[in-house]
Design a protein around this ligand. Structure first.
Ligand SMILES: [Zn+2]
Length: 274
């Protein structure tokens, strides 16, 4: 049997040289044509749900599979992250912690500590726009840019994991894949906590903003992140449990500070570079 694509002689159903499927005229039937069209979608589905399930039920397993060459059943780490990212921004509908409106930046601490009010005042004077016009422009920009730049969390955390565990995994890409899975999990948790905790709370209490409630959700998020990372690190890098717990506590405790820096970086980028 000669492969129709590369000419290689073989007996298997798929060419061992190029992967082409063994051809027979039955594949030209209308039934096969329709089946083949939907096959792609179905495989995409099963791969996505398998990856999602493994991400949630076995922290660290996807990264381990990726690093050890078991790659056929799950999606590629960044590919999976991009889909989660898309779902996140679609399902959270603008109300998310990665993208704040200009009012937040000029009304609340810690943002006002960065002199945001003065900066906006100067920006308005210089660009000769009204406050409302600028608010509208700013809010539109931050909604788009927060989506585009959130992928930067992957190299950032990849580098942190590399610095902490380069003696366990020598290839930088394995740390990147671990970071991509970690950030995917965090976005999923943000999505779940928004719809199952935050929305019901504000619907039931009918208050517009509660700092205590916000701190409580942040604390819960830090605990969830730390627990997840501890298990994932233990499974993937296999350090001493004490090391895994220590690193996980550090990551859980600092996540919100990094979001804070991310928010400020977006603010400065929008005000000065666009
Ligand atoms: Zn071939």
């Amino acid at each position: 049997m000669n492969c129709k694509s590369c000419g290689n002689t073989h007996q298997e159903n798929f060419c061992p040289n190029c992967g082409e499927k063994k051809f027979h005229p039955g594949q030209l039937s209308l039934k096969h044509f329709v089946e083949e069209t939907f096959e792609g979608f179905i495989h995409f589905d099963s791969k996505f749900f398998y990856t999602l399930k493994t991400l949630i039920t076995k922290p660290g397993q996807l990264s381990l599979d990726y690093a050890e060459g078991r790659r056929i059943r799950s999606m590629r780490p960044v590919q999976f992250f991009l889909i989660i990212n898309l779902l996140f921004f679609f399902l959270i509908m603008g109300h998310n912690l990665y993208s704040l409106s200009l009012d937040n930046y000029i009304s609340y601490r810690p943002f006002t500590n960065y002199n945001t009010r003065q900066i906006i005042k100067e920006k308005l004077a210089e660009s000769k726009t009204t406050t409302n016009e600028y608010k509208h422009l700013f809010n539109e920009k931050i909604t788009t840019e927060s989506k585009e730049f959130i992928f930067l969390f992957i190299p950032f955390y990849g580098f942190i994991f590399y610095l902490l565990f380069f003696w366990k995994q020598k290839y930088f890409t394995t740390h990147l894949s671990f970071a991509a899975h970690f950030i995917s999990f965090v976005l999923l948790w943000n999505l779940v906590s928004f719809w199952l905790i935050t929305v019901p709370f504000y619907l039931i209490t009918k208050v517009s903003y509660s700092e205590d409630f916000d701190s409580l959700v942040s604390l819960l998020t830090a605990i969830i992140i730390a627990t997840y990372v501890a298990i994932a690190i233990r499974r993937f890098y296999k350090p001493h449990t004490f090391v895994a717990v220590l690193v996980a506590l550090g990551i859980g405790a600092t996540y919100f500070s990094f979001i804070q820096y991310y928010r400020m970086a977006l603010f400065f980028k929008i005000v000065y570079w666009s």
